[in-house]
Ligand binder design. Structure first.
Ligand code: DGJ
Length: 379
């Protein structure tokens, strides 16, 4: 009798639909995002797209990110890309940009690819990728940005060039007359005197001839089609916002410095209520810290700092993550998703994704911790 019951239970189980064991239920009626859990693609492989961004194009979302290996020093393969109709079920499309096998190339295998961002330029019909590049064997010393282009969103992207930013150009909000005169000097960090020189652009001037440093970065395209590169510069002490040329392949020469000495990394931007909102992190390597929110009426400033936008469990440590990108949900009014990375420095490949809806209440911006949610029913 027991045998018969067991057999029918087993037969019943075999008839049940099989869901992928990923915590993101890709086949369920309401596909859900479960922040912090392993996120598998539709083939059942763990998504490997860190520090990235999402672009909507030709009826689909494209998620670009850093390929990361399970252990260091296994090199990165390049920038990965996945596509999805609904922001939950992702199909691996391959490497959008591949590390080069040729010794001496800027993106030679062994270099560091970080925070890739892709935007589409309707004037040229090109998809343009910018990312933070560190040259092979130089740690984080090169502090370059790099650009690549493609005719299609899934790539392949062709590498164009890499370098520092706006060599020889002064920021719009720093005049030579008021600037620091101690550009080449070694000063003890964090003293009041040093702070004052940093504010007056001591490092901006140090890097004037060779170009400004560019590490953590994002891109933002405004309603008028103007694109901006926002990056941690000046030894990660100061954010800079640089306008791109009309083809998005270069800097126009116009840029500003914001929050000098503020130690901001991981910028992520959105426009809401006619204002520009930026979430960023402090600088503590792969360790989480408290997020910052900034707001401005114009991209080129003035920017004002607001309190931590995160709310709920681990809000004082950005939910144990770090900001990365804010994606706009297609076809919905004021629907944004804040993307954070929960880094695992022991195995960067196993870093997790924290995607959470941005909450907009009466002109204020916040992000609350939600254990699971569905982009198809949230808004
Ligand atoms: C923090 C940055 O936000 C990451 O992108 C990465 O560069 C790490 N630092 C490296 O320590």
């Amino acid at each position: 009798m027991i045998n018969v019951i067991l057999k029918s239970v087993a037969a019943g189980l075999m008839m049940l639909p099989v869901f992928p064991c990923a915590s993101v239920m890709s086949e369920s009626a309401t596909p859900k995002i479960v922040p912090g859990e392993v996120w598998k693609d539709v083939a059942g492989d763990t998504i490997n797209a860190h520090g990235g961004c999402v672009l909507f194009s030709e009826g689909k979302y494209y998620w670009y990110g850093e390929h990361r290996a399970a252990v260091r020093p296994v090199p990165q393969e390049g920038v990965t890309v996945y596509s999805s109709p609904n922001l939950v079920d992702w199909t691996y499309e391959g490497l959008a940009l591949k590390a080069s096998e040729k010794a001496g190339d800027d993106i030679e295998k062994g270099c560091i690819f970080e925070r890739p961002k892709v935007i589409y330029n309707p004037r040229t019909g090109k998809y343009v990728m910018w990312f933070h590049l560190e040259l092979k064997g130089q740690g984080y010393g090169a502090a370059r940005c790099a650009v690549a282009v493609s005719d299609s969103p899934a790539g392949p992207f062709s590498f164009v060039k890499s370098g520092r930013v706006n060599a020889g150009k002064m920021p719009l909000n720093l005049s030579k007359e008021n600037a620091s005169v101690r550009a080449g000097e070694k000063m003890e960090w964090w003293t009041p005197e040093w702070r004052s020189e940093i504010e007056k652009g001591m490092f901006t001037l140090r890097d004037l001839d060779g170009g400004q440093m560019s590490r953590d970065m994002t891109l933002f395209v405004d309603d008028d089609g103007k694109a901006y590169h926002i990056y941690s510069s000046e030894d990660n002490l100061t954010l800079q916002i640089a306008e791109l040329t009309d083809d998005y392949l270069d800097h126009s020469g116009r840029y500003i410095r914001i929050f000098p000495g503020g130690h901001n990394e991981a910028p992520a931007l959105m426009k809401y209520d006619g204002k520009y909102w930026m979430i960023a992190s402090g600088c503590t390597g792969w360790e989480p810290n408290e997020a910052r929110l900034m707001v401005a009426e114009s991209m080129m400033g003035e920017w004002t700092r607001l309190p931590n936008p995160c709310v709920g469990e681990n809000a004082e440590k950005t939910f144990l993550g770090q900001s990365n990108y804010i994606l706009k949900v297609e076809g919905k009014e004021n629907a944004y998703i804040a993307m954070f990375d929960r880094w695992n420095p022991k195995s960067l490949m196993d870093s997790r994704y924290l995607w959470l809806p941005v909450q907009l209440n009466g002109g204020a911006v916040s992000v609350a911790w939600i254990p699971e949610w569905s982009p198809s029913t949230w808004w």
